[in-house]
Write a protein that binds this ligand. Structure first.
Ligand SMILES: [Zn+2]
Length: 409
């Protein structure tokens, strides 16, 4: 459809009424703040969530692994903690959102679930719907993204979170509600959801749609953006991000049928991000192994193999890049383990609080990390955040874990 300038103006006006500007953003004060901060000179960090939920047996057990690159190649180059756990204490839940926030904040339970039906603040319009709306964890303590940006002059597109296509609740990990941190220190998120929002807004504002179609598309956009209500109406796409999505669209089109899907799209986004946005800190939230909830054990093991190949591709992208090679540290760690009860109709669940759902691992590889080391002492998932903080040169003040001193050269 040919853009119509007259309609374009009208559509912009009517759209402006529903969109509004984010009240949370304070761009001017933020820009001033950025100029006063020291430049970041630490190692680039890539945090890979090996999820959603895997057992040690199919990952780090050399005789049963479905992740040969992780176990047989990367492990020799770094430090592997074979006995990391989600602590067996009250309130610790073995699931994806929770585990991801334990990793990002270094604290168990430092969040509220605003998707909980008992949470009064959740608007009724967002209460209905699929599982993706149920768990919306808003962290009350800062995330690693925010600490990094509060300590150093790092732009928002240099701190990135890559999320799965059907996990809009994970948009909520980009910043906490902490009064000293929050949205001005957020990371940017790359996901098919964000791409969809970007394109739809761009098309509406360029006057692609008219009449009823325009109304329908405007409603669609409003619905999509309200999934992440903390952004109050619209996302901020800075120019590097707009350029990123324009290029993505030119290459893969809008159909969603050309670009890779599942965790393969996360790998693709990670590689594109490394090459185009040059992040200092990148987190990839893999989750294909979680398709086992549909009931087939092969979904679980295939998911692990897909994640392993993704890690290999990201690792090779880093190795082929003069600026990232020898200046990047990887941390690969699951969000949670999985149950071991093979008598259930759906094997490998993770909600039964069984010991193996608490059992995970962590592999650190790269700059500043001791190689070819296996550490068998019990450590905690909340130790990851303070360890990465030390590596990046700041202190995660609200984290409750310990720094894993063994990793450092
Ligand atoms: Zn799950």
């Amino acid at each position: 459809m040919v853009p119509n300038p007259r309609l374009n103006r009208r559509s912009l006006l009517s759209y402006g009424a529903i969109a509004g500007a984010s009240l949370l953003m304070q761009p001017q004060s933020w820009a001033a703040n950025l100029a006063q901060l020291p430049p970041y000179k630490g190692s680039n960090v890539i945090l890979i969530r090996f999820g959603g939920g895997v057992r040690r047996r199919e990952t780090i057990d050399p005789d049963h692994t479905y992740a040969p690159f992780l176990r047989h190649v990367l492990t020799k180059q770094g430090t592997l903690f074979t006995q990391m756990e989600l602590d067996q204490i009250e309130g610790v839940t073995t699931s994806h959102g929770e585990g991801t926030l334990y990793l990002l904040t270094g604290k168990y339970g430092g969040f509220i679930n605003s998707g909980d039906f008992s949470a009064p603040r959740l608007r009724s319009s967002t209460r209905r719907g699929s599982g993706s709306l149920r768990d919306r964890f808003e962290s009350q303590v800062p995330t690693l993204f925010e600490y990094l940006r509060k300590n150093f002059a790092v732009k928002d597109h240099e701190v990135l979170l890559i999320n799965g296509e059907d996990r809009t609740a994970e948009e909520f990990f980009s910043f906490s509600n902490h009064h000293l941190f929050g949205v001005n220190y957020r990371c940017q998120v790359l996901s098919l959801y964000r791409f969809k929002v970007y394109r739809l807004r761009q098309q509406i504002e360029a006057g692609y749609f008219q009449g009823q179609e325009l109304q329908q598309k405007t409603k669609e956009l409003q619905k999509l953006e309200s999934l992440d209500y903390r952004n109050q109406g619209r996302y901020v796409y800075t120019s590097p991000l707009s350029q990123f999505w324009d290029e993505w669209q030119q290459y893969y089109s809008d159909s969603g049928l050309v670009n890779p899907r599942g965790d393969r799209v996360l790998t693709e986004l990670a590689v594109w991000a490394l090459q185009r946005l040059r992040p200092k800190f990148l987190m990839v939230n893999y989750n294909d192994s979680d398709y086992v909830h549909w009931g087939f054990p092969a979904h679980y093991t295939n998911g692990i193999a897909i994640i392993d190949r993704g890690i290999q591709r990201i690792f090779e992208t880093v190795a082929a890049d003069a600026e990232y090679r020898d200046n990047t540290t990887f941390c690969i760690v699951p969000d949670c383990g999985r149950d071991s009860n093979q008598f259930l109709s759906v094997p490998f669940q993770h909600h039964f609080n069984s010991p193996s759902a608490h059992e995970i691992f962590a592999l650190f590889v790269g700059k500043g990390i001791k190689n070819n080391q296996i550490v068998e002492k019990k450590v905690s998932q909340i130790d990851v955040a303070p360890t990465l903080a030390q590596l990046m040169g700041f202190k995660a003040d609200y984290a409750e874990g310990k720094v894993l001193e063994e990793v450092f050269v």
